[in-house]
Design a binder for this molecule. Structure first.
Ligand code: SF4
Length: 349
């Protein structure tokens, strides 16, 4: 297309200055390579951190090849950033004012690397090391794959206070035939066992997930299995979607594509159930006193909005407080998407 000057892939955007130069000279500026060497070392260190919460990418890519998903084709194979680079960036973020860091990756819990003594580490080791950073109060991570929920990471949920009691663990469907067609490489039962073990380690953990309804070939009975797994897990919040074919993925060419009106009906029933569960989860926190990290201003004067440990938005009216404060708050009411609280006391930094 004549109006396209530059084509750059997700693993090559650190080469944008060269590409812009080439485009300026009228040369072809195309770089869609997915080199094994990570781009991370080529990116400048982050120096500014104006918010109390920060995202820190620790890995990219995915080797799982779910049949509906483009990520393995567009983002390439799993690449983990080095232990030292992650720890250094986390320290810089905390020095800049971050009190909460969310570790990011398409398959974040597949992170692997070596620590500063050359020992093999998984994400649980990384979380334990990050928890030693003074001034960092909270650690989160997203998104996880059930098959990468290691024993160590499950144990960390019970042992590392700074690791927040929230786990986003997509299952996508509750029927094993559909999970196999999706190439999810876990079953409904193995997913439920993981949730059971995570809850044994951290009983108050909030579980979140992703769902796709109307995957090719999904029957009403198979969809009912998705409703059944939701009933068993009891989610605190979820993302749910109608299946939509992605060109080039195996599922896009599968027989049995489900009609739009059937997908809409299934999504409506699933979301009604998930919304009830989210409302129940929020209602159960009323009367509880918990720490809130204030992140931004609310709509009205003196209002601030923060997050509970379970990733709920909590609104407080407290003109004496500031963004970045960690406060104990008693939850006084709950809506479907947010809570209201009364501050009890400011917590020490
Ligand atoms: Fe990977 Fe997740 Fe996509 Fe599956 S859905 S291929 S695990 S990114």
């Amino acid at each position: 297309a004549r109006n396209v000057d530059i084509v750059v892939g997700p693993q090559a955007y650190h080469r944008l200055p060269d590409l812009i130069g080439k485009a300026g000279r009228g040369e072809a500026a195309v770089d869609t390579d997915m080199p094994l060497a990570s781009k991370f070392g080529a990116l400048p260190a982050r120096t500014k951190q104006a918010r109390p919460t920060a995202f820190l990418t620790i890995m990219e890519g995915c080797d799982k090849f779910c049949t509906y998903c483009v990520v393995p084709y567009t983002r390439g194979a799993e690449i983990s950033r080095s232990w030292l680079a992650i720890i250094d960036e986390a320290k810089a973020l905390v020095d800049g004012g971050a009190r909460e860091i969310t570790l990011l990756g398409q398959n974040v819990n597949a992170w692997e690397g070596e620590d500063d003594k050359g020992r093999a580490q998984g994400m649980d080791g990384l979380v334990r090391e990050l928890a030693k950073i003074g001034g960092l109060a909270r650690i989160r991570y997203t998104t996880s794959h059930p098959n990468d929920m290691s024993d160590g990471l499950i144990a960390a949920h019970g042992e590392v206070d700074k690791l927040m009691p929230f786990l986003h663990l997509p299952v996508q469907a509750g029927n094993d035939h559909i999970l196999k067609a999706m190439n999810r490489s876990h079953s409904a039962e193995s997913y439920l066992r993981i949730i059971e073990r995570v809850r044994a380690a951290r009983p108050d953990i909030a579980i979140s997930g992703d769902f796709i309804v109307g995957f090719p070939g999904e029957t009403e009975a198979e969809f009912q299995d998705t409703l059944a797994i939701v009933e068993q897990v009891r989610y605190a919040q979820c993302y749910s979607f109608k299946y939509s074919p992605r060109p080039g993925t195996p599922a896009a060419d599968m027989d049995g594509q489900v009609a739009a009106d059937i997908m809409e009906d299934r999504l409506a029933r699933l979301q009604a159930l998930l919304n009830r569960q989210q409302a129940d989860f929020n209602a159960a926190t009323v009367g509880r006193t918990t720490d809130i990290l204030l992140e931004r201003k609310g709509r009205h004067p003196g209002q601030l909005i923060g997050k509970s440990p379970w990733l709920q938005s909590v609104v407080v009216t407290a003109p004496e407080l500031s963004i970045g404060d960690m406060v104990d708050v008693t939850i006084i009411s709950a809506g479907p998407n947010s809570l209201a609280g009364e501050t009890v006391r400011r917590k020490a930094a």
